[in-house]
Design a protein around this ligand. Sequence first.
Ligand code: XIL
Length: 389
Amino acid sequence: MQLHKSDIKYFKVIITKKICLLFLAVVMISLASCSETTTTEKTSLKEVFEDHFLIGAALNSDQILEKDSVANSIIKTHFNTITAENAFKWERIHPEPNVYNFELPDKIIAYGEKNNMINIGHVIIWHSQTPDWVYKDSNGKFLSREALLERIKEHIFTVVGRYKGKIKGWDVVNEAVEEDGSLRQSEWMKIIGEDYILKAFEFAHEADPDAELYYNDFSIENELKRNGAIKLVKDLKAKGAKVDGVGLQGHYKMDWPTAGQVDSTIKAFADLGVKVLITELDIDVLPYDFGNYTADINYKLEDRAELNPFKEGLPDSMQQALADRYSSLFKVFLNNSGSISRVTFWGVTDRESWLNYWPIMGRSNYPLLFDRNGKPKKAFDAVLRAVKR
Ligand code: XIL
């Protein structure tokens, strides 16, 4: 059969079109399978969140000393920033006048350096876990404003100075605001006055000019308290203090705060021009005093059997509810990832979480992403899915 010139041209066009379509299909398929592999392969939190924010955990002494092999492998796999749960608190690092315990703090710094993790310093000035002697002279009399300021300065220069360049950021002042937005009447406040906060930031900045400095608190998702914290940060900045970030502790309940509250809180602080950090994330699944959202470690609740309902394990429905709660929180974090620089969990596995001991000793709580044996929970999968979406 003789083919006409125009027929040949026609076939050429058809064939070229087909080749183009085929090529396009191959590209699309390979792109899809490529994104499929990246989304399904990554199961490490730090990798999955790498374009969004740092992801970390607080470590207890055994974990710092690498005595807890289960936690150790979770930490190395999933986290790129670590915070000592207690080792830097005044009562631990500076338990008596002129006595400093640097052993454990030095260990966590070395652990972080060895594993390429960013070290965070928690905490300098706080009304809790600070020994009584700090506020008093050797006769047990309360110090003058000047003497207490001198003591703070010496403490900050010694501790922050020692870890200069090794700790990326410090919780300089913790929990200075009350639920009604006023400043807490702590010993610091009573003896020095409200500028103890400003002074602490100034001393810390002097001790390590490159360190990030944060104000850290719980329940600042509640409007009154949030307004108090906003005022505090604004005042500090107006007085020239270097405040780099505000830490939302993130000791959350199943029903508080709402995702909307967390979202508006993050935006409110970001609007002040500071970084937002989620510094102590966990979700308490146990019953609590309705209306009381405190994470003040001095608060105690009377022990009653009905307040410890999951002694034998967390039912599936609750595991799912916890997963959904984590998922909705991480969606908020991800939507605000331009303002959030770090999310740190307060612990590694449910086994050693402080919520098993507070506000009642010896309950079984399930606030984290890994269960008592270090196995990822439904909540872990939900967090991974939140970012993949
Ligand atoms: C908690 C620790 O997890 C416990 O081990 C310790 O006994 C008490 O303090 N807000 C904070 C943290 O800023 O330092 C607290 O950590 C939890 C509440």
